[in-house]
Design a protein. Structure first.
Length: 320
């Protein structure tokens, strides 16, 4: 798992070997062109970065970079299409499935000003080498809850709430062509939530004071893990649940959900102080520490599960 904050990257091994599989400084991306880079997303062995020019002409003067740190190959994407004056973009996801194709997509969502709801998406295709814009095709107005995107089964997912409705949260779903748009209702309550790919399916975990079961009955405070077994369905299935008070007693302080293990029903939790990352096995109800950060360090902004890809991805990359 890679962990990103403004001070750089950290790596936390969930397999126990402890060694990072690549140079976390990504030295080949730090050239004279860029004043700084920020990690945005990870998908099936590829990483997506935002690179800021040393001499920025405007606040959005940056380029997207996609790299495979296991092979050192990388590519800079062409400039994005201009954004209208009443729009802005701050949510971006990487779509890549090496089992299907060696090509990747970058989805850069456009939001309204004012309102902040999603109005469309700019899509970059590695196959065509160009950007294209697709307007949103939803009746609902979805405001992204945070900037995390997850790609699985040819669809991109992000968490949002419905504009104009209190406590109505959804997964917004769009395909890589920008043709299919839909929403899936999700429980949220008061707490923290995240999404991830686990065991080949989209999973959603929420730590909340209003935990519900399949019949929408309140169970009490807890952490629940949900799964979308059928990508054509609009219903999540409850997989696991745990008592939040017992878990807080094990950790010793409050926490927020950070990520989901790609191979089992384990969720990663960050302490409220931002200095401890723990893994909680929801099936066996076991807890163990993954990473201790230094006190006072800037809280991590993003947790991205990463599995190295050693095949020859980015075959035509000109970065290296």
């Amino acid at each position: 798992m890679t962990i990103n904050n403004r001070l750089g990257h950290r790596f936390a091994s969930v397999s126990g070997d402890g060694a990072a599989p690549f140079n976390l400084s990504i030295p080949y991306l730090h050239n004279n062109m860029y004043g700084g880079i920020t990690q945005l997303d990870a998908c099936n062995g590829l990483l997506l970065y935002c690179a800021f020019k040393k001499k920025m002409e405007s606040w959005d003067d940056f380029r997207f970079l996609v790299c495979n740190p296991a092979t050192g190959r990388w590519v800079e994407l062409p400039p994005r299409p201009p954004v209208p004056a009443n729009r802005y973009c701050c949510t971006t996801g990487l779509a890549f499935d090496p089992a299907v194709s060696s090509h990747f997509y970058v989805l850069h969502f456009e939001q309204a000003v004012p309102g902040t709801y999603i109005t469309g998406v700019n899509i970059y295709s590695w196959q065509t080498g160009a950007w294209s814009f697709r307007s949103g095709r939803m009746v609902e107005k979805v405001v992204p809850l945070h900037s995390k995107c997850v790609f699985v089964g040819s669809m991109m997912y992000l968490i949002g709430n419905l504009m104009g409705f209190n406590n109505k949260y959804v997964l917004m779903v769009v395909d890589t062509e920008g043709e299919v748009w839909k929403t899936i209702p999700v429980p949220y309550g008061r707490g923290s939530a995240t999404i991830g790919v686990s065991q080949g399916c989209l999973h959603y975990v929420v730590a909340s004071t209003v935990s519900v079961n399949d019949s929408n009955e309140i169970l009490g405070s807890g952490i629940t893990l949900w799964c979308l077994k059928d990508r054509d369905s609009k219903e999540l299935l409850l997989e696991r649940s745990a008592n939040i008070n017992e878990l807080m007693g094990m950790i010793g302080e409050k926490y927020r959900v950070a990520a989901i293990h790609p191979d089992c029903d384990t969720v990663f939790l960050m302490s409220s102080g931002g200095d401890t990352l723990v893994a909680y096995d929801m099936q066996h109800q076991k807890l163990h520490c993954i990473l201790n950060l230094e006190k006072g360090i800037t809280k991590p902004k993003r947790f991205l599960p990463y599995v190295p890809l050693f095949s020859e991805s980015l075959p035509d990359a000109d970065g290296q």
